[in-house]
Design a binder for this molecule. Structure first.
Ligand code: WTA
Length: 688
């Protein structure tokens, strides 16, 4: 049977206890959420603490139509609250003080820790005071470039507590990318760690930050303070004491002493660089939260833009909090006894909403994992599931496909029967991987939540609910509460027929939608609202089947999705043409078995330059340096000429065909010089 015909009914053991128990119940709630959003979200808002409750009149005000004026979205505008208070103090007051907020699982399986809500609150208060002592005020932006350690969430929540806006940059970005984000976000304080092990690789994070700060300095952008968590570096004081024979100071109880740091070299700039633990030593353990109006910025997070320059997606306080909390509760069907684990890095939106804010808002216990899926072996995920008896698990299709390649034995070694909900995010999941996830990881006893969403949406927008929605492998199924999807043709007509692909758009705002692009509201309007007035445009294509299930087919714009990381082809192209031998570059997405997609680059050389292995290596290095290792091109081929229209536009559609060696080029009548195509086919690299 074709996999698109498979249907999996909700499992009884999940349905019995679920927040939403049937499709009809889902439908009723969804209808209320879109028809009476203020009433629906108003009830949810009551679960949170407000210094001043939002009024019914001002609960939702918006303009979604560029023809009517500037785009503006305001939820609960006159409400006053604090997100950090709601994540921590509220839970402690409700009796969860001694509940574990996070288990921390290090890269090394022996290395682990945990922290309760009460302890987390104290740490956050201390760090809030530290930030204040460094001169950080409400409205300032603070950059965070950290590994997956508990201090990362402490830093985020401390920013939220004092009303500073955090801007987290994923630890895989290069110095250049980090510098660009520090300057664009106007950050003057950056928080990092000395280094981190990811599998067998040692990353010197501080050195990458140093590189970024050097770039900032050259452009006269001053970073006042760089706070460094001591995660790998030995404690010099203790070492000195040990050498003097002071056994009371020996480092047996110091977990850091056990982490290998052979090659970590730290440069230190006096006055600018400060150790986290030194600052924390004398910080006061309480800190009154800054009470903030609901539409005050909470954080920004950069996402690739199709023009190449990343966009600082801005989220605000209360709407984001409500949405992260509610999606977490319903999509993972969260219950108090759950142990929840999301494998995403906090440097991406998934980590923001579903490692930090969503779980904490629900008083959940979750796991922060520092390592990688294949270290020390491909059974690591399942070892962790067994160790903590994880009941709700959330990862990416690329991880599932990678692990699938190693076979079932690595899974069978461990007991994964605690699992009840298995989430996936980041890219379309192919039915084969879906079925492996369902049958092998979930033993056919866990529901799958294929969650479609974006940095911009703040939380899940298309997703099944575990107890309510029958599943079809590969479909993100139906809209979450508050979401009104439509599919549009190129010229904006609503598609009503089944199985016709169109642009996926949303008709009205939900609380978690982004409010603007940091410092560039016009770009916000142009990117998301201009093409189809009255709608938020995702940039993804999708179709609806006969049963109303939505199937997301992938990006329509010039973006590619490598292992769930969104990259713009323009961003890679502009890195490539920085090479002195490259005159022009065009990059397209090509399907990849494990990564979902990979980049295929066509490069036109400057007069007299030669295409060879060395050049290829240099180009790869360049992209790694400019963007980051995860953006490394998969294929690079020489292109003496590129297929262009008569008006000079590169025909990427044709390049995508060449990349997969498909000669069905479709209509090429607008091409200026057809002869380039044959040459490009003949120059395809070996193995491509
Ligand atoms: C893609 C990640 C299909 C999509 C949360 C989207 C998906 C982009 C899915 C956003 C899914 C994410 N099925 N495609 N379940 N989830 N995508 O901003 O192309 O890093 O536009 O946010 O990932 O990536 P972003």
């Amino acid at each position: 049977m074709a996999t698109d015909r498979l249907i999996f009914q909700p499992l009884q053991r999940i349905q019995e206890n679920a927040h939403v128990k049937s499709f009809e119940e889902y439908k009723t709630l969804h209808t209320e959420s879109v028809q009476e959003p203020s009433k629906f979200w108003g009830k949810i808002a009551k679960q949170f603490y407000w210094k001043k409750e939002p009024s019914a009149e001002k609960f939702l005000q918006y303009n979604f139509d560029v023809k009517e004026g500037s785009i503006s979205i305001k939820w609960m505008e006159d409400g006053v609250t604090n997100v950090c208070y709601n994540m921590l103090d509220r839970n402690v007051k409700n009796g969860l003080g001694d509940k574990i907020a996070f288990y921390w699982e290090g890269n090394d399986p022996e290395d682990c820790g945990k922290i309760t809500y009460k302890q987390l609150l104290e740490k956050v208060c201390k760090f809030s005071n530290v930030l204040k002592s460094l001169g950080v005020k409400k409205g300032d932006t603070v950059a965070i470039y950290m590994p997956m350690i508990i201090e990362l969430t402490v830093a985020m929540l401390a920013c939220a507590r004092i009303g500073a806006v955090h801007s987290i940059v994923f630890g895989g970005f290069s110095s250049t990318s980090l510098a660009e984000r520090l300057m664009d976000g106007n950050c003057h304080v950056v928080i990092t760690a000395d280094g981190v092990w990811r599998g067998t690789k040692l990353l010197n994070l501080k050195a990458i930050v140093d590189g970024a700060l050097q770039i900032c300095e050259k452009t006269n952008h001053k970073i006042e303070k760089c706070v460094v968590v001591r995660h790998l570096s030995p404690d010099m004081e203790k070492i000195v004491a040990d050498e003097a024979g002071d056994s009371s100071n020996n480092s047996d109880d110091d977990p850091i002493a056990k982490r290998p740091c052979r090659t970590l070299e730290l440069k230190w700039r006096k006055g600018r660089d400060v150790w986290w633990h030194e600052l924390m030593k004398n910080a006061a353990p309480t800190c009154e939260p800054e009470w903030l109006e609901a539409e005050t910025p909470l954080f920004m997070l950069y996402t690739s833009g199709s023009t190449g320059k990343p966009k600082g997606v801005l989220h605000t306080q209360a709407g984001y909090m409500l949405y992260a909390a509610t999606t977490f509760k319903y999509v993972f069907d969260y219950h108090a006894e759950d142990i929840y684990w999301c494998t995403a890095d906090v440097g991406w939106i998934t980590g923001h909403s579903y490692v930090c804010y969503g779980p904490l808002a629900n008083g959940a216990t979750s796991i922060i994992f520092e390592g990688v899926p294949l270290y020390p072996d491909p059974g690591r995920f399942w070892a962790i599931v067994e160790k903590y008896q994880v009941s709700k698990f959330y990862t990416a299709p690329t991880a599932i496909r990678t692990l699938m390649k190693y076979g079932d034995d690595y899974v069978k070694k461990y007991d994964t029967t605690s699992l009840k909900v298995l989430g996936t995010v980041g890219e379309p999941i192919n039915p084969e991987a879906w079925l492996w996830y369902y049958n092998v990881i979930g033993n056919g006893q866990a529901a799958i939540s294929d969650t479609f969403w974006q940095t911009e949406t703040g939380g899940h927008v298309l997703t099944p609910l575990p107890g309510a929605i029958p599943l079809k492998p590969g479909s993100a199924t139906f809209p979450f509460f508050g979401i009104m999807p439509e599919l549009l043709t190129e010229d904006g007509q609503i598609i009503t027929e089944a199985n016709v692909e169109g642009y996926l758009v949303f008709k009205q705002p939900w609380p978690g939608i982004m409010r603007t692009v940091f410092g560039n509201h016009e770009r916000f309007e142009t990117t998301y609202f201009k093409k189809f007035p009255g709608y938020y445009c995702t940039g993804d294509g999708a179709k609806r089947d006969e049963d109303g299930y939505i199937w997301v087919t992938g990006r329509i714009d010039d973006m590619l999705n490598v292992s769930g990381h969104l990259l713009s082809t323009a961003e890679i192209e502009s890195s490539l043409i920085e090479h002195p031998n490259i005159a022009e570059a065009a990059v397209v997405a090509r399907p990849h078995d494990v990564k979902g997609e990979c980049s295929y680059c066509f490069v036109t050389l400057c007069e007299g330059a030669e295409f060879n292995e060395e050049l290829t290596k240099e180009l790869i290095k360049l992209v790694r340096q400019k963007i980051g290792p995860f953006a490394q091109p998969e294929f690079i081929q020489e292109a003496p000429g590129l297929p262009k229209t008569r008006s000079g536009k590169i025909m990427r559609r044709v390049l995508r065909k060449i990349a997969v060696n498909d000669r069905n080029l479709g209509d090429v009548s607008t091409m200026a010089d057809e002869s380039v195509v044959e040459t490009l086919f003949s120059l395809r690299p070996k193995g491509a």
